[in-house]
Design a protein around this ligand. Sequence first.
Ligand code: GLY
Length: 372
Amino acid sequence: MTKFECINVALGERSYDIIIGGQLLNTAGDFIKSVIRSDRVIIVTDQNVAPLYLIKLTTSLEMAGISVRKIILPSGEQTKSIGHFEKLTDEILAMKVDRNVALIALGGGVIGDLTGYAAASILRGIDFVQVPTTLLSQVDSSVGGKTGINSRHGKNLIGAFYQPRLVIADIDVLDSLPKREILAGYAEIAKYGLINNIDFFAWLEEFGSELCEGNKEYRRKAVFVSCKSKAEIITKDETEQNIRALLNLGHTFGHALETETGFSNKLLHGESISIGICLAFDLSFLLGLCSKSDVKRTRNHFATIGLPTNLSEIDDINWNTETLLNHMLSDKKTKNGEVNFILTKGIGKSFVARNINMKDVHIVVEQAIQQR
Ligand code: GLY
């Protein structure tokens, strides 16, 4: 058996393991067999991932005595739509499935979120397993049970909290990712250090560049620490009533930027989070909550890694402060016209801030636009 580590997400009867290691696709069948209710699965994947890993995963499942059906969807954020949700659920129901069938999401965040939501909805809930193939989905979206699709009114506005039965994070599949995708995932890794783990952030300052260049031991450690941090938070607050919101550090700003760029390749989710975290630190400094040196340390680290930290780095977008503030007001995290932000008292000291005056947000965004 290949060497692997296991983190348990302790949620009572919805508990599950996150398995992290190398060469795990070869043994995924045995892991999956131990958590599913029948010997039938449907793998949902996309056109980019299928040529790389579908045969390997299928072989491993079949060797474990599991019969496999496959659905291959177009790749990209556009697939996380009501239209594709309808097609996917239709295709699965046409296979005359019963409640014991399990879905396996083989792909990045789009495939994981869509497949998870299909699993939550079909026959009022069937099992699903996450096999994330991007760094971002290994350290964030595959863990914690946020499933869903985008609406024309905004990102992830339709969805459900629905936990997978298992997450298998194979570090070796990251080898096929373009550098830009690795960096985008890295922003979410750094987020865990900035939320509540200054030692991890210091470790990333030392080893982050090598991690992004391909060092597998550092990648394994970063995925492990990130998943462990997330699992601890999810265990305490599965449905984001309080501390789970910390995982949204940089996301209020970031989602506004993504909405403005149309969720396109102009700005990947992780890139928007990199800029969003920098703006959250700027706002914290403006409000007298954190030191200038912490703002600089954070900005320097993202810039050294090669992530964007300013709006000016994103080409061909005519940024407008009022428009970005309006996007924030339409975000699903907004309640009674009040936008919640995750702010910080310094590296590793993030907290949920309510009643933020949008005039202060205006100053920070305007400043970020003027840095062009
Ligand atoms: N990605 C943030 C969360 O899962 O809560």
